[in-house]
Design a protein around this ligand. Sequence first.
Ligand SMILES: C[S@@+](CC[C@H](N)C(=O)[O-])C[C@H]1O[C@@H](n2cnc3c(N)ncnc32)[C@H](O)[C@@H]1O
Length: 350
Amino acid sequence: MRIGVCSQYYTNPPAQKINFTGVLHVDPKTGNINDSWFNRDRKILQEAADEIKTTFPNGADVLIYGCSTGEENISFKMFLPDGKYRAIGYDTSADALRIGKRGVYTVFSNWYDSYLLPSVSKSQLKQNYPSEYQELLELREKFHDMMYEVPASREYKDINNKSAYISLKCENPDFVERFYCLHNAYRSQIDLRLGNFMNVGQVRKENPVGGIFFRNAIYHMCNNNVNEVLNYNALPGVFKNKNLLMDYLINGVYKTLDKGGIFVLGNHLKEHLFLTDETTPKENVVNFCDTPFYVESNKNHREHKFLKCFKESPLLQALLKGGRFEPIGFSEVTTYHCKVKVPVIFKKIR
Ligand SMILES: C[S@@+](CC[C@H](N)C(=O)[O-])C[C@H]1O[C@@H](n2cnc3c(N)ncnc32)[C@H](O)[C@@H]1O
């Protein structure tokens, strides 16, 4: 039994006996998980939006790579609704983009963004998230300003991973699912395009680029499936030279971002802890148990104690090289009972 979320975020108790890794969509071609949800790591979305607004008061484009079905674009616009800022999403998954372009999304109970459902009463919300109550209520209002409810329809059945969906429905009698469609007024500010982060340096700019996001996705590019290794004993993926790849990608980000613009990462373990490759210099190799992400009380972690990892992530090395970027925003990677502060917003300073 495994479910890819932490139970503390559930509005209702999690369903039991679920054997899937993502509740949303898996690209049928690549098997990549396209999971996303609204307002993921929302504190960072807020900070990123504020920073872009301050640095680019006349407007800017924000390029959201790995946008999947577009929840991230819509969430970003909740924090920066001004029409001068476009959220242009890029993804390699034609299937995720096809679903996203329809503009219809599901929100359901038992997930991170269940607080958006009007059926979750204010008192329930207050009880479940006492310290975040006001903030979540405001986000809920913003969400319903941008989206309107549409009736369930057969054509939306492809939004969710079928087995996940059926498991949730069978396991939880109170399972709630609602469909929401993006208002037309926002469509011109949110675009979804086929695009690979590999080509981020070759983007033809249409406006100043104030932000480039690539959240919870870079692991796809170098097979850095550290989470899967820890949970399922999968073989570590080895990209030939992760340092070279990250240097190439970050050079592309630097080229495309305007000065003062920001690069934003996710807070998933897989983009902060990197498994070594065959070229990693010895002095940068460390056992998993010697990284801050290791939790001794966790059996999976103990079993992978000697997994070889980068002491400093090749992504961070690339970002900090040459004084081009400085970290200005921090989030937390949450693994079991351990929270590790990580830099996720990097400002182009020269
Ligand atoms: C787990 S989802 C993350 C979605 C969203 N960014 C979030 O944080 O919720 C990862 C997405 O990255 C996309 N992806 C993987 N490699 C990519 C690449 N090289 N360029 C653009 N998108 C990519 C996948 O297709 C998938 O939709």
